[in-house]
Design a protein around this ligand. Structure first.
Ligand code: PMP
Length: 450
């Protein structure tokens, strides 16, 4: 990869630092490399989700406990990926694990009516202030189901989403998904998505109130729903403006479209009642998943009486063998009522403040300026010291590699987005700050940031 900026310093500076960090990580993860060779003979790419892949080989984990993960080479990391945000309880929280153990001794999956889901529906209903819930097993299923419900209720085909935002792996979520500045990225994500589905998708930019109005004024009678993550956590942390939120709610009501809030990631993480309660947005439907069950597969769709009341009768069919299964329900009940209690969110606030304080201390001693956005257990950090003079992709690879080499586990991604859990301590976030400061310093010394 070549640096793009015409005034870039010689590529060898960045390249040699990157090569050094890459070699250090490769040496420490040799068993992951050989594991990859074996894995990919049976599993395409050696991983079950493409998000887990990285070059030259994925780093395979063998254990996760609390805020720590250990890879197959025995390296221990402080985890800030936290199961892609599915383990806000910390890995294998004893209360959740015990609830699952108890559930396994009663039944695994009977795919038959049971009352297990009632208490979970009640717990989620209290948080999101929505009365009716159905359960499934992933965030993908949750957003897919919410769209289906909206289309069935309105008898309309179009789905409006925010540009670049990820909502799962089904057709309606991947249509037009991808980095908008790279058409090849969109093409890659759309492979296998029927053209008809792509044609039923409309995109608007977050906070582009005019664009939203325009979408409705041209096709409002055909729009089934607007699907949004609030606040937006991907691809970058973006806080919706009050004006955008007001127009979003009112325009959906005006045209009879459903406002579907994707709380798969934000759900029980940015605040006790998710992004929608935090920002006082009244959703018609909420799709959630990830952390609601403390690391066990679970998804859920909740909604108003009007939006959900027809499910199973006059509205959309929502079915699934493992829907509301005893293990997911036991885990969700324990996570929601015993671990992710209101005090947990106060603790996230304390951890966030400790992290920003630590970054400020480093900032006062160097030329780097850090900017952190921390909402509940979710955070994003960026730093500058003037213009980045190398390809941002190379810089982010270098920072990620440097953090891994310093015992900080994050998913390979272009930015520094992280998840906290109830298992993290002030010392853990201070270690994260120290590693980021060290990586930033390295970039300055190598004249990569100027
Ligand atoms: N919606 C959002 C906002 C997400 O971040 C994700 C996963 N990253 C999903 C939906 C899909 O969830 P899952 O991976 O559990 O299918």
């Amino acid at each position: 990869m070549q640096p793009k900026h015409p005034t870039s310093p010689p590529p060898s500076r960045l390249t040699s630092t990157l090569i050094h960090e890459r070699e250090r990580l490769s040496k420490a993860t040799m068993r992951s490399a050989s594991t990859y060779d074996r894995m990919r003979t049976r599993v395409p790419g050696g991983v079950s989700s493409d998000f887990q892949w990285r070059a030259p080989h994925p780093i395979y984990l063998k254990r996760g406990n609390g805020a720590r993960v250990v890879d197959v080479d025995g390296n221990e990391y402080v985890d800030f990926h936290m199961g892609a945000g599915s383990a806000t309880t910390g890995h294998a929280h004893p209360v959740v694990a015990e609830a699952v153990r108890r559930a396994t001794s009663v039944a695994m999956c009977m795919a038959a009516p049971s009352t297990d889901c009632f208490a979970v529906a009640e717990a989620l209903g209290n948080r999101f202030e929505l009365p009716l819930w159905r359960f499934m097993n992933s965030g993908t299923e949750a957003t897919m189901t919410a769209i289906r419900i909206a289309r069935a209720l309105t008898d309309r085909p179009l789905v409006v989403r925010l540009q670049d935002a990820y909502h799962g792996h089904h057709d309606a979520a991947l249509a037009k998904f991808g980095r908008n500045d790279r058409s090849s990225d969109i093409e890659a994500w759309e492979r296998g998505v029927p053209k008809d589905v792509i044609e039923l998708t409309r995109l608007v930019q977050c906070n582009d109130t005019e664009g939203l109005r325009q979408a409705f004024s041209t096709e409002g009678e055909r729009i089934a729903c607007v699907l949004v993550e609030l606040p937006l956590l991907s691809p970058t942390f973006t806080m919706p403006t009050p004006e955008f939120l007001t127009v979003l709610r009112s325009i959906c009501s005006e045209y009879g479209a459903l406002l579907v809030v994707d709380e798969v990631k934000t759900g029980v993480t940015v605040a006790y009642g998710g992004g929608s309660r935090w920002l006082s947005v009244s959703a018609d439907l909420v799709a959630t998943g990830k952390s609601i069950a403390g690391g066990v597969a679970c998804g859920a769709v909740g909604g108003t009486l009007e939006a959900m009341g027809g499910v199973g009768s006059s509205g959309a069919r929502v079915v699934g063998t493992f829907n509301g299964n005893p293990l997911g329900m036991a885990a969700a009940h324990a996570a929601l009522t015993e671990v992710l209690v209101p005090e947990a969110y106060e603790d996230f606030g304390r951890l966030g403040r400790a992290l920003t304080d630590a970054l400020e201390r480093y900032q006062s001693h160097s030329r780097v300026s850090f900017s952190a956005q921390i909402w509940g257990s979710k955070g994003s950090i960026s730093f500058t010291a003037g213009a980045i003079r190398f390809s941002p992709d190379l810089v982010s690879e270098l920072v990620w590699t440097a953090l891994m080499n310093r015992g900080i586990y994050l998913a390979p991604a272009p930015d520094l987005r992280f998840s906290l859990s109830v298992a993290h301590s002030v010392a853990d976030v201070e270690r994260l700050a120290a590693a980021i400061a060290e990586a930033a310093q390295m970039l300055i010394e190598e004249e990569i940031l100027t």
